[in-house]
Design a binder for this molecule. Structure first.
Ligand SMILES: [Ca+2]
Length: 411
């Protein structure tokens, strides 16, 4: 595990790129993974930032951020159809079409109402790997009310203009109150199964079964605070790790997660990567392997928003340590592993978005998967999603009321 001091590297990156250094503390009061001002911030960065640990990346040209589309309302997820059409979700509950770089004015019909408050709403979207044959598109979203809600996964068939045959294929098996920590990202594995990230249910004082709801992340019978793996129709893959464990839910792939909002498969190696929000500091990059326990809330580098301790332990045998810890928080959302041929110098790098940092961390690994360094790419807006497009560029969504689709191009 490597502790990264975000502001330091931001400063170094800016100096290296010849830009003017402009206050790390601009993130200190920014809401992070909150969609409205009446919810508890998901990350507040106010800690000092001593310099230590990894180096910024050398000899990487600063990518240029080119805005392609504006006037998206809190865009959350995106996916490409085989013909290059881009589908983008907006958190309030709309699906938008972008063709040839132009946003179509009318949202797609055929979506149900979603629970759109706080961090909840329409979240991720992903086309089926065999979309050309079956037309399936998958969605995650919050469903329910302020007192009882949960993350669901549904699929529907898209004919190029409308959705039909909406099918709910998964729902979290415990409802929760409030508007925090729904997750949720989708990622297809090479074998055609689907990973879905589910948040822990929220911050104190929210409780479930007489204890803080965050402890559900250690409960193998609960989907809260886990990654689940499904077949494309929502059924349970026979080779999931806990199918034969008494009391465990058979969909669980890994657990001990707080709130994963960055999830990516390395298309070359098959390795799954995830970023998850800490509370105050302690955001994490994790290498995901089946059946593993990622520690939350028993071991964490994160503290309560009040500053109090969540746990005195940072590591424990049998639990997986993060590869990177971000303190102060970047509030990570959106993650991709670059495997395009357009920009050879990005090959194999991870690109992790940050809501509070308003930047993307470009992370380089060695062949063993150890972190060599990272450099922030300033975006100047809250970064919600990062994805490699079929043209080999990286695409970014910003979480704003006037959100943008941005393309990263080599500098
Ligand atoms: Ca962890």
């Amino acid at each position: 595990m490597i502790s990264i001091r975000h502001c330091y590297f931001w400063a170094v990156g800016l100096l290296l790129s010849g830009l003017t250094l402009s206050g790390c503390d601009s993130s200190a009061t920014a809401p992070s993974d909150t969609a409205s001002s009446n919810t508890v911030p998901d990350a507040v960065s106010s800690e000092a930032a001593p310099a230590e640990s990894t180096e910024p990346l050398a000899q990487t040209p600063t990518p240029q951020a080119v805005t392609l589309v504006e006037s998206l309302e809190h865009p959350w997820g995106l996916t490409w159809l085989p013909d290059g059409t881009l589908l983008v979700t907006e958190r309030p509950g709309r699906l938008r079409i972008i063709r040839d770089g132009v946003l179509e004015p009318t949202p797609v019909s055929g979506l149900p109402d979603v629970f759109s408050r706080g961090q909840g709403g329409l979240m991720d979207v992903s086309v089926h790997p065999q979309f050309a044959e079956n037309q399936w598109v998958y969605f995650t979203y919050a469903d329910g009310t302020g007192s009882a809600n949960r993350t669901q996964v549904a699929r529907a068939q898209f004919d190029g203009s409308a959705l039909s045959n909406w099918q709910v294929i998964f729902e979290v098996n415990r409802t929760k109150e409030g508007t925090q920590h729904f997750g949720s990202r989708l990622a297809w594995m090479p074998d055609g199964t689907l990973l879905v990230s589910i948040g822990d249910g929220g911050n104190p004082p929210i409780t479930l079964d007489g204890e803080l709801i965050r402890h559900q992340a250690q409960n193998l019978s609960s989907h809260l605070g886990s990654l689940v793996r499904l077949n494309d129709d929502g059924s349970v893959p026979d080779d999931n790790p806990f199918v034969d464990t008494p009391g465990a839910d058979p969909t669980i792939w890994s657990y001990g997660h707080r709130n994963i909002q960055g999830l990516a498969l390395d298309s070359l190696t098959g390795q799954v990567w995830a970023t998850e929000h800490g509370s105050r500091g302690g955001d994490e990059l994790n290498r995901i392997d089946k059946s593993e326990n990622y520690g939350w809330p028993l071991v964490t580098h994160s503290r309560e928003y009040s500053g109090g301790e969540i746990s005195s332990e940072r590591s424990r045998p049998g639990m997986v340590d993060p590869l990177i810890v971000w303190t102060p928080a970047i509030a990570p959302s959106g993650l991709t592993v670059y495997r395009g041929d357009r920009v050879p110098q990005w090959q194999g790098d991870l690109f992790a978005g940050g809501l509070v940092s308003q930047s993307i961390q470009q992370i380089r690994l060695d062949d063993s998967g150890a972190v060599l360094g990272q450099t922030p790419i300033n975006i100047g807006q809250r970064v919600r999603e990062v994805a490699q497009g079929p043209d080999g560029f990286i695409y970014v969504l910003t979480d704003e009321s006037n959100g943008r689709l941005i393309r990263l191009e080599p500098g």
